[in-house]
Ligand binder design. Structure first.
Ligand code: GDP
Ligand code: ZN
Length: 355
């Protein structure tokens, strides 16, 4: 195995050629557990930590490595490494940090394709799909919808679902899957290409683990060999891993990645609701809410049956959430600034008394 097997891209190769990394070894982060990492060079696997420098200069969680990252490391002994630099990321999958409004957490880096799983029996929902599409589009990740548990459904309801999909998002690629009968599994496998990195997202209970297990049990080439010291104190439900399938595709499975909340997704909203967004640029008032305004291009399109009512409602809802997120971030920044000023003043006062 080599770095290409782990998904080394042309962009990273070029970046390495343009910048001097001759004193470093290049590796990919394949497992993360509370700021401890396992990185692989394709030939060897190392337990790794970040340099103190990287830690002190980190402004946020985004400055720490994540599974999927390419890193420049120095190796010690046969199984220890120190991470000195994170190489530029092609895509970043992030979510709203739980319990810390306005803060983002990187879940995984350099993912090419996300399988968005929705089960046909009780989870298939285009509004929810639009949410996931938004996340994927703002992360720069290609979305593929997997409609699972088709063995529990009838032809008729599958067709209804597909009709609804084609009305609202006809260009989204989709696969019909049963993890139980394995129908459609080959299509998922066919979709997976050598050297590309994939992840599986969706609500709880829709069949994500079953899909990953099916892919792994059928195709796994190399599972992670976790060394003994990392295993200690490690909860199996709280770790992140990267697997390579037999056909050369790379799957990243992290529990946190499966439940995603919107963060800074303006670009993703524009792409997902492309038609509505483009129309909104033609509205008479720049701050048009597309509810009652005269000269609203969006409402006109709705009346003419050009856009879907449910998508418009969801667009408004997601935009509102986005605004809320942004105002939380702004509020937080303001507080941080005030705190900074306060500290400065205290330092100043202290100096006054000293001299
Ligand atoms: P996750 O929470 O998304 O990872 O969902 P799981 O893979 O754990 O699946 C939740 C439950 O649904 C389990 O009991 C699975 O056996 C079942 N399940 C998953 N996929 C299918 C499927 O395609 N058909 C049927 N009938 N059951 C499934
Ligand atoms: Zn409008």
């Amino acid at each position: 195995m080599n770095l290409t097997d782990f998904g080394l891209t042309k962009e990273i190769s070029e970046y390495l050629a343009d910048n001097s990394f001759k004193d470093f070894t290049i590796a990919r982060v394949i497992c993360e557990y509370r700021e401890r990492y396992i990185v692989s060079t394709g030939v060897n696997q190392y337990e790794a930590e970040i340099t103190g420098n990287l830690r002190f200069s980190a402004h946020s969680r985004a400055d720490f490595p994540s599974v999927g990252d390419w890193v420049a490391v120095k190796t010690y002994d046969s199984d220890l490494a120190i991470i000195h630099k994170i190489l530029p990321r092609k895509s970043i999958l992030e979510r709203q940090m739980i319990g810390k409004p306005g803060e983002k957490q990187i879940i995984s880096a350099n993912i090419d394709v996300a399988f968005i799983v929705q089960s046909i029996d009780n989870n298939f929902n285009i509004n929810r799909l639009e949410r996931y599409l938004t996340i994927c589009h703002s992360a720069g990740i290609e979305p593929v919808l997997v409609i699972s548990k088709i063995d529990l459904s009838t032809k008729e309801s599958i067709n209804n679902a597909l009709n609804e999909l084609s009305t609202r998002h006809g260009n989204v690629k989709h696969i019909l899957l049963s993890n139980t009968t394995k129908e459609g599994l080959d299509q998922v496998v066919e979709f997976i290409k050598k050297g590309k990195t994939y992840c599986v997202i969706g609500s709880s209970g829709v069949g994500k683990s079953s899909l990953i297990n099916n892919l792994l049990s059928k195709n796994i080439l190399k599972t992670l060999e976790i060394s003994q010291s990392t295993k200690k104190g490690r909860h199996t439900t709280d770790h992140r891993e990267l697997f390579i399938l037999e056909n050369g595709g790379i799957i990243i499975d992290t529990p946190g990645m499966r439940e995603l909340g919107l963060t800074d997704d303006t670009e993703g909203i524009k792409t997902t609701f492309n038609e509505i967004h483009n129309l909104s640029l033609k509205c008479k008032f720049p701050d048009c809410t597309h509810l009652t305004e005269k000269g609203c291009a969006v409402l006109e399109a709705l009346e003419n049956g050009i856009i879907d009512k449910k998508s418009l409602e969801n667009y408004r809802k997601i935009l509102k959430e986005q605004e809320h997120y942004q105002s939380t971030v702004a509020e937080k920044r303001k507080k941080d600034r005030q705190f900074g000023k306060m500290v400065k003043n205290i330092v100043k006062e202290k100096k006054k008394y000293k001299y």
